[in-house]
Write a protein that binds this ligand. Structure first.
Ligand SMILES: Nc1ncnc2c1ncn2[C@@H]1O[C@H](COP(=O)(O)OP(=O)(O)O)[C@@H](O)[C@H]1O
Ligand SMILES: [Mg+2]
Length: 241
């Protein structure tokens, strides 16, 4: 009897808590988050502003420590790593796409995408060649020399996506990646991310309150007040089937 192997878990969070501040000014940002994310899926993290989406992504992305609970990313706990090991883990295994794009303004599109490869030790010529291929994939093969200020918001976000994918990370974390884009461009971005996830078996977590992109998700995790309340297929969460 043949058996289909279960999907591989990329993220496993249990009872994760995080507070900011001290004394009367303490803010409980996460109040016990349970979440699983699997290879090849696009998981949307949705919920009102202030519910803890960015905090959770920062903990999963090894940029922020937690107060309590367990968080394994690819079977490893970032809290157990030393500072340089954590930086290497982030560079090799994780990709980030932020709302503000975070492109380096003085560098061209091709240079921006090549930076993580150069940091990872890829030879210059190879890094620039690969950056060109990645920009081709996101439809910017003809804008290699453009600086961020010469590109539209949607084009800048494409560069940011190409950069996040440059080192073929197992997990890509996106924080409100469509919030400064019009609907059509935002939908294109998420479709691009989803295809990248499917074709390479990567997992993607996209924090958003953009309900218009629900239909692109494999699953939707609904957050409220520092907790994940439920994880459902997108149709059940209010997106188109
Ligand atoms: N560095 C910080 N210092 C103090 N409070 C913070 C900090 N980061 C987030 N918070 C608070 O934690 C809560 C969750 O924030 P956040 O994770 O940014 O939510 P979201 O991304 O869903 O809008 C909010 O009440 C926010 O004000
Ligand atoms: Mg946020």
């Amino acid at each position: 009897m043949s058996q289909i192997p279960p999907p591989k878990e990329v993220v496993r969070c249990r009872g994760v808590t995080k507070s900011f501040g001290a004394g009367a000014a303490t803010v409980a940002a996460l109040r016990g988050v349970d979440l699983d994310v699997f290879d090849g899926e696009l998981l949307l993290l949705v919920g009102p502003s202030g519910c803890g989406k960015t905090t959770l992504l920062s903990i999963i992305g090894a940029m922020l420590g937690r107060d309590a609970g367990d968080c394994a990313v690819m079977g490893r706990d970032p809290a157990d790593m030393g500072r340089s090991e954590r930086a290497r883990f982030r560079g090799e295994s994780l990709g980030f796409v932020f709302q503000g794009f975070n492109l380096l303004p003085t560098l061209t599109a091709q240079e921006n995408v090549a930076v993580p490869l150069l940091i990872g030790g890829t030879p210059r010529r190879v890094a620039f060649e690969h950056a060109k291929e990645l920009l081709d994939v996101v439809g910017l093969g003809d804008r290699l020399e453009a600086r961020p200020s010469e590109l539209s918001g949607g084009q800048q976000q494409r560069v940011a996506i190409a950069r996040a994918l440059a080192r073929s990370p197992r997990l890509v974390l996106c924080d409100e990646p469509t919030s400064s884009l019009d609907h059509e461009t935002g939908a294109e971005m998420v479709d691009l991310l989803r295809r990248a996830a499917r074709t390479s078996g990567r997992a993607l977590i996209v924090a958003t309150h953009d309900t218009r992109i629900f239909s692109y998700a494999d699953r939707v995790a609904r957050m409220e007040d520092g907790r994940v309340l439920e994880v459902t297929p997108p149709a059940a969460a209010g997106g188109a089937p």
